[in-house]
Design a protein around this ligand. Structure first.
Ligand SMILES: Nc1nc2c(ncn2[C@@H]2O[C@H](COP(=O)(O)OP(=O)(O)OP(=O)(O)O)[C@@H](O)[C@H]2O)c(=O)[nH]1
Ligand SMILES: [Mg+2]
Ligand SMILES: [Zn+2]
Length: 344
């Protein structure tokens, strides 16, 4: 990795690494001759410039080659040589949110070392089970625990319907209704935050992610993130946030804000999809045929469950769409754990 120059050092009182999310998982990756390097956590990436958090505060690093940033994402841990000011290397990720970039088969890391993924949706036209399922598969695949956050409950007369629909998206899923503009939101999300923990916010533009970041960060030197209104007629946001960034939560822990995504394509997410649709996947071995597609075969346990009202027909349709898309987007050589195409 290229040379990194420490441009600017905002000296705060020293922060223990554990508060930044450092743990044995990262410590164990340090070779004996790497003890001289300072561990730092990536807080923001702007082309060839990085903001990193270190034991001595926030550090601005400049990369010699902008291409070096390609391997890094917000939340990553890196080792920096404090003398030569060289970015030594990135440490392996404990969890990673990876998505497929438009028109390509390569995966892009959207955030790393996140404990909990808050999937944010408004109780309005933005609410879309198929899209929420994509985020859930992404969280499951990356080792990040998903939680659904319902916002703008003040704009619906039927909050219960949204809550019910959301909690049926995945077995055991936590669903929390929050108003991102009220300080009470921080208390409601406290069980997932706290010292050393990292949460990330994902969801469409305009659902209130940055508003929530500002509430979690608390009243300090003004809002941490810019926020923007939504269009009246279709509740769509204006893509106010354009890059990812890590912020300190007042009550402890860290929150990553992300830009609203228009589309989320999955690739290499077979296991995440299995976890998401466990109630369907678990029935497959009970079907008469081993290669049952649960479409028209006799003795299909999934079709029986649907006819008995135990599984929504639309849920099966969405599972098939996601399964097929993921299979078509996943080169078999880099498929999950080298497995060949999974059977249904
Ligand atoms: N009525 C209502 N408005 C809310 C609520 N939460 C957020 N908003 C408003 O929704 C608008 C969009 O909020 P942002 O925080 O900018 O949304 P975002 O998810 O960060 O959007 P992008 O950065 O574009 O991805 C702002 O005007 C907020 O004040 C809520 O619970 N109720
Ligand atoms: Mg935003
Ligand atoms: Zn079947």
């Amino acid at each position: 990795m290229g040379r990194a120059v420490i441009n600017h050092l905002t000296a705060l009182q020293s922060v223990p690494l554990s508060k930044l999310g450092w743990s044995d998982f990262f410590e164990d990756q340090r070779e004996p001759d790497e003890a001289v390097f300072a561990p730092m956590r990536i807080a923001a990436i702007h082309r060839s410039r990085l903001t990193a958090l270190s034991e001595v505060g926030s550090v601005e690093l400049t990369l010699a080659a902008p291409a070096d940033a390609g391997d890094l994402t917000v939340g990553d841990w890196v080792l920096v040589d404090p003398v030569t000011q060289t970015l030594h290397r990135r440490l392996g990720r404990r969890t990673v949110m990876e998505r497929r970039t438009e028109g390509s088969r390569t995966l892009q890391a959207a955030a790393a070392n996140v404990d909990t993924l808050f999937i944010v949706t408004s109780c309005n036209a933005d609410f879309n089970p198929a899209r929420l399922e994509r985020y859930l598969a992404l969280a499951n695949q990356g080792g990040t625990a998903p939680v659904i956050l319902l916002t703008k409950a003040d704009t619906t007369d039927d909050l219960g319907a949204y809550q019910r629909q959301a909690s049926q998206l995945q077995r055991g899923l936590d669903v929390v209704t929050v108003n991102p503009r009220l300080p009470a939101a921080a208390d409601m999300l406290a069980p997932w935050c706290g010292s050393g923990r990292t949460v990330a916010l994902v969801g469409s533009s305009g659902v209130g992610k940055s508003t929530l970041v500002n509430t979690l960060v608390g009243a300090g030197e003004g809002p941490a993130q810019q926020t923007g209104g939504i269009r009246e007629h279709d509740a769509k946001g204006r893509h106010t946030t354009t890059s990812r960034s890590l912020h300190a939560i007042a009550g402890g822990g860290w929150v990553i804000d992300t830009p609203g995504m228009r589309t989320l394509h999955l690739s290499g997410a077979a296991e995440g999809i299995e976890t998401l649709f466990a109630e369907i996947v678990e029935l497959a071995p009970l079907c008469r045929y081993r290669d049952c597609t649960h479409a028209h075969e006799p003795g299909c346990a999934v079709s029986i469950a649907i006819s008995e009202g135990k599984i929504e027909p639309e849920r099966l349709v969405r599972w098939r769409k996601l399964f097929d898309e993921n299979r078509d987007n996943t080169p078999t050589s880099v498929g999950p754990r080298g497995r060949q195409r999974a059977s249904r």
